[in-house]
Structures are given as C-alpha cells and as structure tokens.
Design a protein around this ligand. Structure first.
Ligand code: P9H
Length: 236
C-alpha cells in the first residue's frame, strides 16, 4: 500500500475527474524510494474498471456502499459519492476556506460548477437529434448564468482567488470547468477578461501546471467510444 489514495473508476473523466484535479492541486506527492531512483510522478494510484465483472467484483466484496463508483481508498477508508470524496480531500488538504462563511461561499460556487459540469459531461451521451439543442443550452448557461457570477466575484474583491485570498477547491474546479467549456467553444471567455487572467494564474500554480502537462494523470475529453465502453460496464 503506497500511502497514495487509490481511485476506482473507468479510464475516463466522468464523475472521478474533479477528484483527480483536487488531489493534483493538493500536490500530494508521495515519493517512492526504489533502490535506483526517487520517483515523484503520480499523485494517486488508479484501478480502472475495464469490464462489468470488475464492477461486480467490487459490489460483491462490499467495497461500494451504494454499489456505485467513484470509490477512493484513502486513509484506510473506501469513500464513495463524488461530493463526499471531494469534501474529505478538500478539508484534508486545506482547500476549503478558513471559516464557516468561507466554506459556505465555496460550497455555493462548487455546487454551481457541479451543475454546469453535469451539462458539459452529458453532452457526449445526447442522442444525435438533441445534440445541437443541448449544445446551445449548455453554452448559454455557461456564458449567461455561471461565468458572469465568477467574473463578478473576481471584479468585486479584486483578489487572485475566489474565496479568502488563498487557493481553494472552488478555484480548482472553476479552472477545470473553464478548460472543459473551451474544449467545446475555444473563445468562450471572450467576454470575461478577469476569468482569462484567472485561468492563466491558476494554471501556473506548480502542482496544477504539472497536472496540465502532457502525460499527467488528467484524462482526455470523453469520446463516443469511451461512452460505449462505459455503458457495457455500468448498464445492468
Ligand atoms: N451520486 C459516467 C459519466 C457521467 C455520468 C455518470 C455510476 C453517482 C456519485 C452503476 N456511478 C454511467 O452510468 C456511468 C454513479 C455515481 C453518485 C455507477 C450502478 C456513470 C456516469 C458510474 N453505476 O456522485 O458518486 O452514477 O457506478 O449500478 O448504479 S458513473
């Protein structure tokens, strides 16, 4: 057991990606001393579900409280439920604000971002005849409901981070969502100058910069064939 958190999910973004971002941002580097070299390459271990039997095995051996993944083995626990896992990691690595009011702000921002993430994440599984309408709706919500909120937050307090003038899970998740939205519409930040500088600033934080490097544990955009594979694993 390497002491690193172990993530159980399929080899794709889905509901595990926000957790991968948080662990990377927390920069939980555990160096493996092998007798020849010191490797600090990975922030976490991953066990990929490749086939239905992989899920059934975890379900049968009691590893999944609600028979579902994401599941993260950390500190002797088998945590499930994406938000519960993210709350634990954010609290453990001091990415959740310094008091109750900051936590409330962070929770509002993060839950708004989870809602936008759901729209962006579900586009690839839309039936062909609904893709256009779904695309228009998710871009409208990003540009007219969610991004204006974060542009105004940065404008009003003029600080580098969304909450408490220090890095929090809200900054990490906002960057994750900005990059996902730009995969659909590269100039989506055209009307948001402060989000443009926020993106550059947070992307240059060493742990996050490393996670954005090619070859990192960050997953590529989900393709149709990835969904077909996931459906085989998860559909009963
Ligand atoms: N509240 C993948 C990509 C996007 C959206 C959903 C699923 C929900 C949490 C087996 N787990 C397709 O259905 C795969 C959840 C967790 C929970 C699962 C079953 C899903 C997906 C795999 N399904 O936030 O953690 O929906 O384990 O028997 O229900 S993820």
């Amino acid at each position: 057991m390497s002491g690193k958190p172990k993530l159980h999910y399929f080899n794709g973004r889905g509901r595990m990606e926000p957790i991968r971002w948080l662990l990377a941002a927390a920069g939980v580097e555990v160096c493996i001393w092998s007798f020849i070299l010191r490797s600090c390459d990975k922030y976490f271990e991953e066990s990929y579900l490749e086939k239905k039997e992989d899920l059934t095995k975890l379900q049968k051996d009691g590893s999944l409280l609600f028979q579902q993944v994401p599941m993260v083995e950390i500190d002797g626990m088998k945590l499930v439920q994406t938000r519960a896992i993210a709350n634990y990691i954010a609290t453990k690595y001091n990415l959740y604000g310094k008091d109750l009011k900051e936590r409330a702000l962070i929770d509002m921002y993060v839950e708004g971002l989870f809602d936008l993430n759901e729209l962006l994440m579900m586009h690839v599984v839309q039936p062909a005849d609904q893709k256009q309408q779904h695309f228009a709706n998710m871009m409208d919500k990003a540009e007219n409901r969610y991004f204006p909120v974060f542009e105004k937050v940065l404008k009003d307090h003029g600080k580098d981070f969304l909450v408490g003038n220090q890095l929090s899970r809200a900054d990490v998740q906002l960057l994750e969502i900005i990059l996902m939205a730009e995969e659909y519409k590269p100039d989506i930040l055209a009307k948001f100058p402060l989000l443009q500088s926020f993106k550059a600033r947070i992307s240059n934080i060493p742990t996050i910069k490393k996670f954005l490097q090619p070859g990192s544990q960050r997953k590529p955009p989900t393709r149709e064939e990835d969904i077909a594979k996931a459906i085989k694993i998860f559909r009963s």
